[in-house]
Design a protein around this ligand. Structure first.
Ligand code: COA
Length: 246
């Protein structure tokens, strides 16, 4: 994989670390980051050695301050216009990864920052994290799944308040809303994410993958179809485990 300009990707002991790395611009999501994230996510999806992935932001101030406003809502240059036409489905790629994804969130978590976090399975936040969707102030709606993923995470009323009023939410409230699983001290954010990753990796990767599929695909089904999905995945898991032993 080529060296990236906006992302650091590392792999240690079965954990992939994806670090958004534009700290001078609060890790704002630009076209370059989109392309690099697309490449990294594709590599993760196709790499059986990666059992768990941790997403984080570089620098002290932000996980990600949303779309890069210097590229955003401006008349596109021919190059940007062309790139936009071949928009890469980063969000579909996120959802196609069957391994557990953990977001370690600090500082500003805005716009695409929340949307990346919502594509992850487990969200940890540090006490300084602040969440918001600045889209209403820009006269737009989220473009990276936020209008669908946010209400699925925190429910319709809370999501609509954030989506329509642009109100920011601090870490403690984000936890009450179930936008994040828990809040830890800043110094504990990565260690806590790593402890969680280690715990998950100590069990069967196949079982973790099936659990993820049962929950994420099941949430879009009615209960009967969800129970059938669970039963299919459970049978497949047993068959694969027996094949592995035999
Ligand atoms: N796109 C591009 N650059 C951004 C950015 C963004 N979304 N958010 C911050 N930056 C840049 C700033 O321009 C500044 O660059 P500079 O040092 O060259 O002037 C640098 O990051 C630091 O940001 P700054 O505004 O000085 O930090 P702050 O702590 O005072 O304020 C925010 C932080 C997040 C409140 C403020 O930067 C902001 O409102 N950003 C825009 C958020 C947004 O609307 N995102 C789009 C979502 S759709």
């Amino acid at each position: 994989m080529s060296a990236f300009e906006t992302i650091i990707y590392e792999k240690r002991d079965g954990t992939g670390y994806v670090t958004l790395n534009r700290p001078e611009a609060l890790n704002a999501y630009n076209l370059r980051m989109r392309d690099e994230l697309y490449e990294v996510l594709g590599a993760i999806r196709d790499d059986p050695e990666v059992e768990v992935v941790i997403f984080q932001g570089a620098g002290d101030k932000a996980f990600c301050a949303g779309a890069d406003l210097t590229e955003f809502l401006t008349a596109p240059s021919p190059v940007i216009a062309r790139q936009a036409r071949f928009e890469r489905d980063v969000w579909g790629l996120f959802l196609s990864i069957d391994r557990p994804l953990i977001a370690a969130l600090h500082g500003y978590v805005l716009g695409s920052g929340i949307e990346i976090a919502l594509c992850c399975d487990i969200r940890l936040a540090s006490e300084d994290a602040r969440f918001g969707l600045p889209e209403p102030g820009l006269g737009i709606i989220p473009a990276a799944g936020g209008s669908q993923t946010l209400p699925r995470a925190i429910g319709r009323a809370a999501a609509l308040e954030i989506l329509m009023s642009g109100r920011w939410v601090a870490a403690a409230e984000a936890c009450r809303l179930k936008l994040v699983n828990r809040v830890v001290r800043r110094a504990e954010l990565l260690p806590e994410a790593e402890r969680l990753a280690t715990k998950i990796k100590s069990y069967s990767p196949l079982a973790a993958s099936c659990a993820k599929q049962a929950v994420t695909r099941g949430l879009d089904l009615d209960l009967k179809a969800g129970l059938e999905l669970e039963s299919r995945l459970g049978r497949r898991l047993i068959a694969l485990s027996e094949k592995g032993r035999g």
